[in-house]
Structure formats: C-alpha cells, structure tokens
Design a protein around this ligand. Structure first.
Ligand code: SF4
Length: 352
C-alpha cells in the first residue's frame, strides 16, 4: 500500500469477532470489508483495519462543459463546469455509457487505476484557468470518490475560488454522506438518476435497489434552498418505457415535488444492452405528456434532436423563460437574477 494513500472518510473499525474488518458508510451498500479486501465498488480497500480510497486523484476525462450537458437546466443556466470522473462505481449498469471508467477495475483489474494523479490543487487550477464557474463530479459515481471531491471543494474554499460544486449521481449515497454534505455545505446541486420504478428491474439492470434512490430524492428535495435537485430518467425500450411505468415514475417524483426539473433521456444501444433499439422520439413525447398530466411543471427531453423540448416555461402563465437547443442557452428572460417569471411574477424553482 502506498504511504500517501488517502484514508477513507465515513467508515468504522469493527471489533469483537469482526476485529480487523471495517464497515464502509459511504454508500447504501454499507460493505463490511475484510482485511486486504475491497468493497463492492472495488476502489476502497481495507489495509490492516484502515480503509483507503484507491481512486483518490485518479481523475480523467477533464472537460469544460455547459452545465446543461450534465444535465442541469435549473441551476446556473449558461455556466460552464469542469467535469471529470474516476474509476469505480457502486452500480453495475448493463448499459453504462462510461463502463471503461466505472467498471474498469472489475473488467480489467487494478491496472485501471494506473492513471496519473491530479491533486485537488491542480483540479481547482484547471477550473479557474478554463474560466469555469463550477466543478461537476460526474462520468462515474462521485460518491465513490467522495474524499477526492471533498478535498477539491475544501481546496477551492481555501483559495476563495468562487466555484460551485455539483454531483451527477445515481442517488445511492448514504445518509451519513448527505448529512456531511448538509453540515459542511459541500454541494450546491445534485442530479439523481431514477433508472427504473420497479425494484426487480433496478436489481436486474443496475445491481442496486429502488427504495434507497427514492429516499435520497426525497431527502435532497428537503434541502431545497441549500442543495438544488434535478432528476433524470433514461427511457429504455421494453424495460421502462410503458405508459404504466412512466406514469408511476412521474407520480413518484410529483409526490416529492412537482417543481423538480424532470429530464427524460433517450437510450442508445450500448455495452451489454446493445441488442435493444434506441428510444424513438414518440416515446419521449409520450413521457413528457404523461409527466405533465401528473402535474410535473418542468419536463425536458434529452439525447434527441427535437426542437423546443429543452425550453423552460412558466408553469403559471406559460411564458417561455429560457430557450435552449443542444445544451446551449439561446435566450434567458429572467431579470436581475431573480427566480420569478417577469410576466406574471410566479416563483420558479431555479438557481440563477
Ligand atoms: S462506497 Fe459503497 S460500494 Fe464502496 S466500499 Fe463503501 S459501501 Fe461498499
């Protein structure tokens, strides 16, 4: 084990008959890890009773992206974020778009971690030098590189760099992680994937469960005003694109908050689901209609070339407030950064 390896946060050393084992409290899997073994994510290792993060600093895929690409449509529209991810994930999605990264260790061994280290100081330099307004911890699951993200956030604060920080997450983080995020005000926004609305499908396609994700959506929404929430659902033909599933999903999100921005995204055949067809535009349009019938106020369609499906309208008077196409903000009608409709004065759930 490398001397300078970063010790993990949010774990405890077990005692008694479990002496030598550790309990990781970073995500909902709560792995009990034996000495010299790794957790489910394959990037946290117990070394003589101490847990270490193996993917600390192993960031890759650096890009300065529009925040709309994450997608966040109601958080700092029109800004640019420095994006990156690291190897490792607590899910096993059969359609993962970034499987070389997220499943790299599982598919190819620890060689996948042989990436030059980029320390938090350098990450903040990159964000500042590329004129980004924030940092997006993304591509793979940011919960799994929490210590790294934590140190990047602390480094940015130490230097008074005016950067916001957002997680693009599968929503499987633990209560303890979110408690820390809340207590230390670490994150400004979290975008959560709600992949299926039925537990069996969740298990079959992602290897995880539905309920913890639903609980985290509810919990993050309660942090409104401190942490902004958006939800995305990828529509996969035959797996979750029935009227019934879409309605159930929309009804759940509407039950949490009708003003949560909800994105439906088109699936493209990939990885272990390459035998399935791409999502047709008519399915996306259907999903938007159903979600609006369920009362959702801001429904967006992604991974499609259809026009007009990325625009924000005032739910009350229907005025178009933001016009977008292809992740680009073409027009923004908000005045003086106030989250109210300039036409009718209605309040909009947006952080400007
Ligand atoms: S982060 Fe999650 S998957 Fe990884 S070791 Fe901890 S509890 Fe297990």
């Amino acid at each position: 084990m490398h001397e300078k390896m970063r010790e993990a946060m949010l774990y405890e050393k077990l005692t008694g008959k479990n002496e030598g084992k550790v309990l990781c409290r970073l995500c909902k899997r709560y792995c009990v890890i034996e000495d010299r073994k790794m957790g489910f994510c394959l990037v946290r290792r117990n070394e003589r009773g101490k847990l270490y993060s193996l993917n600390y600093g192993k960031s890759t895929g650096f890009a300065a992206d529009p925040i709309e690409k994450k997608p966040f449509f109601h958080f700092k529209p029109g800004t640019r974020v420095l994006s990156f991810g690291t190897p490792g994930c607590n899910f096993r999605c059969l359609n993962c778009q970034n499987w070389q990264l997220s499943q790299g260790v599982r598919e190819g061994g620890t060689g996948a971690l042989e990436i030059p280290t980029t320390l938090p100081k350098k990450v903040v330099d990159l964000a500042v030098n590329h004129k980004c307004e924030g940092i997006a911890y993304t591509y793979s699951e940011p919960t799994i590189f929490f210590e790294y993200a934590y140190d990047c956030i602390k480094e940015a604060r130490k230097r008074n760099a005016e950067l916001f920080h957002v997680f693009v997450s599968n929503g499987y983080f633990s209560q303890e992680m979110l408690d820390l995020v809340e207590k230390e005000g670490l994150l400004d926004a979290i975008r959560i994937d709600l992949k299926f609305i039925n537990d069996e499908k969740y298990r079959e396609i992602t290897g995880a469960h539905l309920l913890p994700v639903q609980q985290n959506i509810e919990r993050v929404y309660k942090l409104k005003g401190k942490v902004h929430l958006e939800v995305i659902a990828l529509l996969i033909p035959t797996l979750n694109d029935s009227d019934e599933d879409i309605r159930k999903l929309a009804r759940f999100v509407a039950g949490v908050g009708k003003d949560i921005p909800l994105h439906f995204s088109a699936f493209h055949p990939y990885y272990k689901l390459s035998h399935l067809p791409a999502t047709p535009d008519r399915t996306l349009r259907k999903a938007k209609r159903i979600a609006e019938e369920e009362g959702m106020q801001y429904v967006y369609l992604g991974n499609t070339r259809m026009a007009g499906v990325e625009n924000t309208h005032c739910p009350k008077c229907k005025k178009m407030l933001i016009e977008r196409y292809g992740f680009e903000v073409l027009k923004n009608e908000f005045e003086n950064d106030k989250p109210v409709c300039p036409e009718c004065g209605g309040r909009i759930n947006i952080v400007l």
